[in-house]
Design a protein around this ligand. Structure first.
Ligand code: FMN
Length: 336
C-alpha cells in the first residue's frame, strides 16, 4: 500500500530501474551533492547522485565509501565525460559496485559505456537532441535524462516543456526517460509523468535542504532570489564554444566574461588546443562554484541555480521536500 497510488503507478518503471521508493532523482550538483545530501535523499526514498565533478579518483573513492556508510539505499555517481581520468573514475565505481552511473557533460567517449556495463552498473545519459538520444540508447544507455534550459548549472538552448513534447512521445514506450529542469512543484511532475516520463530529476529545489552543506550565505541568496535572477551566461567569443551556465546574477557573472576573453586570447597567442581551452573554462566554474557553496562568497563565486529558485523559500529537510512533491503530484492526478 502506498500513500501516493496514482503517482507510484506512473513512476513504477522508474522506481524499478532506480531501486528507490520514488522516481525522484536529486541531480548531481558539484560541491553540494556529497555524502550528506546524497544519503539523505536516498534515505528519504528518492535517488541521490554523487557529483564527481573535478574530483580525483582518490577523492571519489572516499566519497563513495562515506556515502555507503550513511545509507544502505541505492544511489548513483555522476561522472563528467570530459574528465581526463574518466576511465580511472569508472574503475573506482567498479571497485565499490556502484549500481548507477550518470554520464554528463557531452557524448560519452568510446568504450566508457561498455566499461560501466561490464561491471553490471546501469548507465544514465543526457542528450540535447532526439537523434542523439536514440543513438545513445541504442549504444548502451539504459535511461535518459531530458534536461531543459530552465535548469541550474550547464544548460542547453531548449526549454523543458518543448523537449518533453519532442522526446516523450517518441521514446517513452520503449525507453526510460526522466525529465529535469524547472521543476519546483508536484503538479509539474504529474504533467510529465502523464506524458510518459518514468520520473523526474531536480537540483535547485534540493540545493538548500537542511542536509545540504551549502554555506548559509549561498542558501540565503537562493531564498531571496526570483526566477528572473537565474540567468544564462553569455558567450563572448564565437570561436570558444562555452556551454552556457545558469546562475544567479552577481559579480562572478561578469568575471566569467573576463575569463572567456583571457582564454580566447590564449587560443590566439599560445596555440592552446580547443579541448584544453574548454577544460580551463570548466575548471573556472568548479572553482567559482566552490567559492560560493563552500566559502560562502556569494559576490564573486558562482551561484548556479535554476529558474525554480523562486520557489525555494526556506531550509527544509529533504524528506519534507519529497513528501510535498509527491502529495502535490498525487493531488493533481486525483483532480483529473
Ligand atoms: C548548484 C548546481 C550545481 C550543478 N552541478 C552539476 C554537475 O556537477 N553535474 C551535472 O550533471 N549537473 C549539475 N547540475 C544540474 C543538476 O544535476 C540538475 O540536473 C538540475 O539542477 C535540474 O534542474 P533544476 O535546477 O531546474 O531543478 C547542477 C545544478 C545546480 C543548481
Amino acid at each position: 500500500m502506498t500513500a501516493f497510488p496514482k503517482t507510484s503507478a506512473l513512476m513504477k518503471r522508474g522506481t524499478e530501474f532506480l531501486g528507490s521508493e520514488y522516481a525522484i532523482l536529486c541531480g548531481a550538483m558539484s560541491w553540494v551533492s556529497e555524502r550528506g545530501l546524497v544519503s539523505a535523499i536516498s534515505n528519504a526514498g528518492g535517488f541521490g547522485v554523487i557529483a564527481c565533478g573535478a574530483m580525483t579518483p582518490e577523492l571519489l573513492d572516499t566519497e563513495i565509501a562515506a556515502t555507503k556508510a550513511l545509507t544502505a539505499k541505492p544511489f548513483g555517481v555522476n561522472l563528467i565525460t570530459m574528465h581526463p581520468q574518466l576511465f580511472n573514475l569508472i574503475e573506482v565505481c567498479k571497485k565499490h559496485g556502484v549500481t548507477h552511473v550518470v554520464l554528463a557533460g557531452g557524448i560519452p567517449p568510446k568504450g566508457s559505456v561498455e566499461a560501466i556495463k561490464e561491471f553490471g552498473a546501469k548507465v544514465i545519459v543526457f542528450a540535447p537532441t532526439l537523434a542523439l538520444a536514440k543513438k545513445l540508447l541504442r549504444s548502451g544507455g539504459d535511461a535518459l535524462v531530458v534536461e531543459g534550459m530552465e535548469a541550474g548549472g550547464h544548460i542547453g538552448p531548449v526549454s523543458t516543456s518543448v523537449l518533453a513534447q519532442e522526446f516523450l512521445p517518441e521514446l517513452s514506450e520503449d525507453h526510460l526517460v526522466f525529465v529535469a529542469g524547472g521543476i519546483g512543484r508536484g503538479e509539474a511532475i504529474a504533467g510529465y509523468l502523464e506524458m510518459g516520463a518514468v520520473g523526474v530529476q531536480l537540483g535547485t529545489r534540493f540545493a538548500c535542504a537542511t542536509e545540504s552543506i551549502a554555506h548559509p550565505n549561498f542558501k540565503k541568496a537562493f531564498f531571496r532570489a526570483n526566477a528572473r535572477d537565474a540567468v544564462a551566461s553569455v558567450q563572448v567569443d564565437p570561436r570558444l564554444p562555452v556551454i552556457p551556465v545558469r546562475a544567479l546574477k552577481n559579480k562572478g557573472t561578469e568575471e566569467f566574461t573576463a575569463k572567456q576573453r583571457e582564454v580566447a586570447a590564449m587560443l590566439d597567442s599560445e596555440g592552446l588546443e580547443m579541448m584544453e581551452a574548454q577544460l580551463q573554462i570548466e575548471h573556472y566554474w568548479a572553482g567559482a562554484l566552490r567559492r560560493a557553496v563552500i566559502d560562502g562568497d556569494v559576490e564573486n563565486g558562482s551561484l548556479m541555480a535554476g529558474q525554480s529558485v523562486g520557489m525555494v523559500k526556506e531550509e527544509e529537510p529533504v524528506a519534507d521536500i519529497i513528501a510535498q512533491l509527491m502529495s502535490q503530484c498525487e493531488a493533481a492526478l486525483d483532480r483529473r
